[in-house]
Design a protein around this ligand. Structure first.
Ligand SMILES: [Cu+2]
Length: 260
């Protein structure tokens, strides 16, 4: 139905609401565009040289233009106060609790996305930029007890369907932007800040994480993937990761511990 705007598929519960707003804004702009277009043509005709050979320095004094201006201002205030701000407030206030949601850290850096799951203990292990190496791009400190069960992936965000996802978003270097078009999610990742973002993916499939801020020369290749799976498939994936982690965790401690 909304395809005439060329929007991507809707893959989160709030996507429909965002699309409604996008459609509304387009209609409003179309009406203003046509209205102002007619007004422009009318003015060209009304104030042509033949009709007013001598320029009037006082200008038009009709009440209509003032009325229109006031009406437009009122309509815009109504849209902002009663539509846009409540819709935004709903997105940023009604966060799911950490118990019901899948909580995950997403860290942007030039030019990839690092993903960290807290593991069965539900606690994120310590990360430190000084521990970043080519095979530990998030800089996780495996010596930290909370980090031992943390699952880390690069450019691959795995999510279960129909469950709220709470992303703690940050950046290691410059400002990036976490853009999930199909989920209608877009949030800047700012170094030094951990910004929460939430959504409920409701469509199984493969999607893309696009960096939506020009963040450097390699910006074009800063592309990650989101896989939305059934809860069972997700759990299976998670268990496999945890299994792989156990033997691998021991040897990675030593290189991470060496001072750089
Ligand atoms: Cu980026």
């Amino acid at each position: 139905m909304l395809n005439y705007l060329g929007l991507p598929v809707q893959a989160s519960t709030h996507a429909g609401e965002i699309d409604e707003m996008i459609v509304l804004v387009h209609w409003l702009m179309a009406i203003l565009f046509v209205g102002w277009g007619f007004f422009f043509v009318y003015v060209l005709f009304r104030f042509r040289k033949g009709a007013s050979p001598k320029a009037s320095y006082t200008g038009a004094k009709g009440k209509i233009s003032k009325g229109l201006e006031v009406a437009i201002a009122i309509i815009e205030i109504v849209l902002l106060v009663f539509y846009a701000i409540p819709a935004w407030a709903k997105r940023v206030k009604a966060f799911p609790t950490e118990n019901e949601a899948l909580v995950v850290r997403v860290v942007g850096h030039q030019f990839a996305w690092e993903i960290q799951y807290p593991g069965p203990d539900g606690k994120f292990g310590r990360t430190d930029p000084r521990l970043v190496t080519s095979d530990n791009l998030i800089g996780i400190d495996r010596r930290d007890p909370d980090a031992k069960d943390d699952v880390v992936t690069s450019n691959q965000l795995m999510l279960p369907v129909d469950r709220p996802v709470l992303v703690h978003l940050s950046s290691q270097d410059v400002i990036h932007s976490f853009g999930l078009y199909e989920m209608r999610v877009k949030q800047d990742a700012v170094p030094g800040l951990s910004i929460p973002v939430w959504f409920i993916p409701n469509r199984i499939g493969e999607y893309e994480i696009a960096c939506s801020q020009l963040c450097g020369l390699g910006h074009f290749r800063m592309r990650g993937f989101v896989t939305v799976q059934s809860a069972a498939d997700f759990q299976k994936w998670m268990n496999d990761q945890l299994k792989d982690l156990q033997p691998a965790a021991a040897p990675t401690v030593t290189p991470a511990a060496t001072p750089r």
